[in-house]
Design a protein around this ligand. Structure first.
Ligand code: FES
Ligand code: FES
Length: 161
C-alpha cells in the first residue's frame, strides 16, 4: 500500500505491507530507533508515539492506519540541539536510568502537559499508568513531569503537539 505521513515535521511517502507495524516502519524504514519495543503486545508503553497529538502504541498500530497523519516521536522534540523542557526535567530529576522506557513516558507526559500544565501528582500517576519502568520506580518520573509543568508555567510557555 502507498502511504503518506508526516513524521517529526518531515513528509514521507512509502510503500508498505498492510500488516507492517508502525513501530517497525518508524524504527526500520525511517531509522527512528528512539521508539522502543518492550513487550510488543500493548502492555508496557515503551513504543508510544503521538499520532495527530494523541498517544498511541506503535506496536499495536498498523502503518496504513496512520496514512495522512502527523506523527511525533522522541526524535522530534529537541530544537536547535536543545532538549525539550520535559526531556531536561527527566535528566534533572534522575527519572532516566537505563532510559529504555523514557521515550514512552515522555510522549505520554507531553500529552498530559498539553492538556494541563499543573497536574497533581495523583493525576500524573493515573495518566502514566499504562507505562512500565523496570528501573527507577515511578517517583522520579512523576517528579520530572511535575517539574517540567512548573518550569513551563513559570516561563509562560505551552506545549503544542
Ligand atoms: S512495545 Fe508496545 S506496549 Fe510494549
Ligand atoms: S529507566 Fe530503565 S526501564 Fe525505565
Amino acid at each position: 500500500m502507498n502511504i503518506k505521513v508526516t513524521v517529526n515535521g518531515e513528509e514521507y511517502e512509502r510503500e508498505v505491507r498492510p500488516d507492517r507495524r508502525l513501530i517497525d516502519f518508524l524504527r526500520e524504514d525511517l531509522g527512528l530507533t528512539g521508539v522502543k519495543e518492550g513487550c510488543g503486545v500493548g502492555e508496557c508503553g515503551s513504543c508510544t508515539v503521538l499520532i495527530d497529538g494523541e498517544s498511541h502504541l506503535s506496536c499495536l498500530t498498523y502503518t496504513p492506519q496512520v496514512n495522512g497523519s502527523e506523527i511525533k516521536t522522541i526524535e522530534g522534540l529537541e530544537e536547535d540541539g536543545q532538549l525539550h523542557p520535559l526531556q531536561e526535567a527527566f535528566v534533572e530529576t534522575g527519572g532516566v536510568q537505563c532510559g529504555f522506557c523514557t521515550p514512552g513516558f515522555i510522549m505520554v507526559g507531553l500529552e498530559l502537559l498539553e492538556k494541563n500544565l499543573n497536574p497533581s501528582r495523583q493525576e500524573i500517576r493515573k495518566w502514566i499508568e499504562g507505562n512500565i519502568c523496570r528501573c527507577t520506580g515511578y517517583s522520579k518520573i512523576v517528579d520530572a513531569i511535575e517539574l517540567a509543568g512548573k518550569k513551563l508555567r513559570e516561563e509562560g510557555k505551552k506545549i503544542e503537539l
